[in-house]
Design a protein around this ligand. Structure first.
Ligand code: CA
Length: 251
């Protein structure tokens, strides 16, 4: 069992069942699959009335604002009148709602579509943690001189902090969660970008290049031909070209 999955399982002693209220199947299907893959127990309903009648045993609600029957904000108000279950509102950019209004309605947080699975899971954990008062499992990966502290959102190399963008951080945290394992491009794109990522995978290469440069050890993130990437902090120093790729004889 991978470390990441152990940590997820530990945390899921606190949060298990997530009610996904979403009428759009192109969003709901990958979202439900992604939550299940990360150890949650998602329950999917397509309407506001469905949500109001499916609350038994639910630990957290992901609530789409644009629903076919009741307005999401009305669902939020009604849920809140009978339950203090954490609610994360999901809104499309076109129907972006004032954050203050959402919080007044009783929502605990909100995300705007399109969002990445990893970002959403971080929000779910933060909201559930605040709601339960429980501390989550420590998510800190130490790989040789590299430390990736997911809770503190910090990266250190030999004790010195490294500044990464949010996506770069997620990418490195994903690689560090299973050091030495060759992770496929597909799985990295799904985990770090979106369960439903249709963009160019060139984005991944650009981020890998940037993380390599910022870590100051380009050889740590190795390209695995035909597969993807792996994190190896005890790799030999880079070739003179300094790309971190295997020398191809062109140097
Ligand atoms: Ca909708």
């Amino acid at each position: 069992m991978k470390l990441r999955h152990v940590l997820t399982a530990v945390w899921n002693c606190v949060v298990v069942r997530i009610l996904v209220v979403e009428d759009d199947p192109t969003i709901a299907e990958p979202l439900v699959a992604g939550l299940a893959r990360n150890g949650f127990d998602p329950v999917h309903v397509r309407t506001g009335r469905g949500a109001l009648s499916s609350m038994a045993g639910v630990d957290l609600v992901l609530l789409d604002i644009g629903l076919p029957d009741l307005d999401g904000s009305e669902v939020c108000r009604q849920l809140r009148s009978t339950s203090d279950v954490p609610i994360i509102v999901v809104s499309a950019r076109s129907e972006e709602v004032d954050r203050v209004v959402l919080l007044e309605m009783g929502a605990d947080d909100y995300v705007v579509k399109p969002f990445g699975l990893r970002e959403l899971i971080a929000r779910i954990r933060a909201v559930a943690r605040r709601a339960s008062g429980a501390e989550p499992a420590v998510q800190r990966f130490e790989v040789g001189p590299l430390v990736v502290d997911v809770r503190a959102h910090e990266v250190m190399v030999d004790g010195a902090p490294v500044e990464l963008t949010p996506k770069e951080f997620d990418l490195l945290a994903h690689l560090a969660s299973d050091p030495g394992a060759a992770l496929t491009r597909r799985s990295i794109l799904e985990e770090v970008w979106d369960a439903n990522w249709y963009g160019s995978s060139k984005t991944l290469d650009v981020h890998v290049a940037s993380v390599r440069r910022k870590l100051g050890h380009p050889e740590w993130i190795q390209a695995v031909r035909g597969v993807g990437f792996k994190l190896v902090t005890d790799a030999p120093p880079p070739d003179p070209v300094g790309t971190g790729e295997a020398p191809d004889g062109a140097a």
